[in-house]
Structure formats: C-alpha cells, structure tokens
Ligand binder design. Structure first.
Ligand code: AKB
Length: 318
C-alpha cells in the first residue's frame, strides 16, 4: 500500500528536516506538510502544503478526510522556555492538539502516529545520570508536564483503541537548517551563529550545565527507524528514552575553539532557563531503544561541531 504522510507543524526545527527526509524516502507527493504559518521556501517548493491549526478540530478533520493519511507526525508544540511565558496556551496546544490528532487517527484508521516527547518529562527528583526509562518523574515546567501527560495519552490510545502511536523523548536537538523555537537547549545552536558572526557568545546557561543533546541527522534517523520498526518490536507505547551525547556550554565552547582559536564565551548572571536546565537529566539511558529498534547514534561533540560550523558558514555566506 502506498503511504500518505501528514506532517503537522512542518515549518519548525524538526519538521523542516523531517519533511525533506520523508519526501526523499516516500516521494514528494506522498508527504503533505502542514503548519499554522506560511511554509518556508524548501517545504513549499518540494511538495504539497496545507494550513493546519491543531486547536481547530474541524480544520484537522477536513485534512484527515481530504488526504486519508496512513501516517501522521504531530510536531506542533510550544517548547520549555516559551511555555513558561505562556503556560495556559502551552498546555492547551500541547495537550488538546495531541488529543485531537489521536481521536482523528482512530476515526480515520490512520496506521501509525508519531508524537515527540522530551527529556523535559523528567524533573528535579529524577536521577540525573543515565536517567532510566522508568523512574520518579516530577517535571516542574508546563512543557514538561504536558509532555508527560501526552505520553500517558499515547499509551492509553494504544491500549484502548489499538492505535499504533510511537514516540521519542528527544534531547536538545542541534541543527542549522531551521531556527529552534523557544527551548532551553537552544543556546547550543545560538552559539554557532554568534561564533561565526561575531566570534563571541554570552551563554544563558552556566558553564557547567550538562544536558543531553543530539545532532539533527541522528534525530531524523532515530525517528524514521522507530517508525519503520515492526509493531511487535515496540515495547514502549509512552515514549522512548533516546541519547546522543551530553555536554556543557564550556565543553562546547572548547570544541569551537579547536577550530576558531579566537572564539570567546561569557555567561549570563541570571536567566530563567537555568532553573529549567537544572531540573533536567544530564545523561540518558536509552538501552530499550537500542534493544527494540537497534538505535545507535553516529555523532559525537567533535563531529557535531565540525558539521555545524561548516554548514552554517555556507548557509550564512560567510
Ligand atoms: C527544549 O529545550 O525545550 C527542547 C527540549 C529538550 O525538549 N529542546
């Protein structure tokens, strides 16, 4: 059967690259990109696009009816830092957007749904090192507890309706094609832009704040591997822990200096995102993803830094 894939929230940091990867794999016409905002050039010119508002169920119903998707990727979300500024909107969008899509997937018999969760589901009392799949989870950001509740809904729809919904707890994702939007891990992208443009960067996280991170190439590979795995291999229907690498702002700055010896970094005195970062894990145990669908990251900090500097330099015409 030929696939029809609907990507909701296609203009974002992950959506932009996922749509390209899916169009390469399944054919441009099979992948409908959708977003509440006007599409970026690459998305608009490489295949079909529809406007979608996840809070408007009628609008989503129309899209499901028109395209009868066999797979849906729901990427529209408000991330951790923005979520603290707009808590009610973050809850509404992250939660009701998901429930609308799960309901419609059941109604229209969608074969598979992907929904991203995050390391933000962990909280101050979760183990910090090698954080296990199952442990105390007491997230204290709206983003974090909307993702944790979302995981429960995914597992529930799988159990009650047999919906094949799959999910990953993404770490901070580093990429250069589309800008990140309102996350706590965004410093690790801004730093590359500023290094290339000005040779210096003020980090909003402190020097030794260790967080789990991943290069976009690995994040896309992980997402596609999970979605392609046989259903019987998927033992987790809430969301899989996933790890790439962990580093601090100081370690990232050191790596950048290997290639740009004059680069310098400073640290902000106080930023509200520090408290969010301090509540999250420093490293993640992703052994279940390795066992169930052969997950193995390819990028380490050195390779990520080289790729980011090389690609951004080209795309910024520097
Ligand atoms: C954020 O920082 O909010 C996101 C995430 C880790 O989910 N990048």
């Amino acid at each position: 059967m030929s696939e029809k894939i609907l990507v909701i929230g296609a203009n974002g940091q992950i959506g932009t690259e996922l749509v390209t990867a899916l169009r390469n794999q399944y054919g441009a016409e099979q992948v409908i990109a959708s977003d509440i905002n006007n599409p970026a050039y690459a998305i608009r010119n490489s295949g079909p696009f529809e406007f979608a508002n996840v809070l408007d169920k009628e609008n989503l119903h129309h899209l499901f009816h028109k395209h009868q998707p066999t797979q849906v990727y729901l990427l529209a979300a408000i991330l951790s830092a923005t979520g603290e500024q707009k808590p009610k909107l973050a809850w509404d969008l992250n939660m009701n957007g998901l429930i609308h899509v799960l309901d419609l997937a059941v109604e229209f018999g969608t074969a598979k749904v992907f929904w991203p969760s995050s390391i933000a589901v962990f909280g101050p009392n979760s183990p910090k090192q090698n954080t296990p799949q199952y442990c105390i989870m007491d997230p204290n950001t709206v983003y974090g507890f909307s993702k944790l509740a979302g995981e429960r809904w995914c597992e529930y729809y799988h159990a009650k309706h047999g919906l094949d919904v799959r999910s990953i707890r993404y770490p901070g994702i580093i990429s250069w094609k589309a800008a990140p939007g309102g996350g706590t891990t965004d410093y690790a992208i801004h730093i590359f832009y500023e290094a290339l443009k000005t040779g210096t960067y003020q980090s909003f996280l402190s020097a030794n704040t260790m967080l789990p991170m991943m290069y976009m190439y690995d994040a896309i590979r992980a997402t596609l591997s999970l979605m392609e795995a046989p259903a019987e291999n998927i033992s987790i229907r809430s969301s899989y822990n996933l790890a790439g690498m962990s580093f601090t702002p100081a370690q990232l700055a050191e790596q950048i200096k290997q290639q740009m010896p004059d680069f310098s970094i400073s640290y902000a005195d106080h930023d509200p995102r520090q408290a969010i970062a301090d509540s999250w894990p420093q490293s993640i145990d992703d052994s279940q993803a390795k066992t169930d669908w052969n997950w193995q990251p390819e990028y380490d900090l050195k390779r990520l830094t080289e790729e980011m500097l090389k690609n951004l330099k080209n795309s910024l015409n520097l």
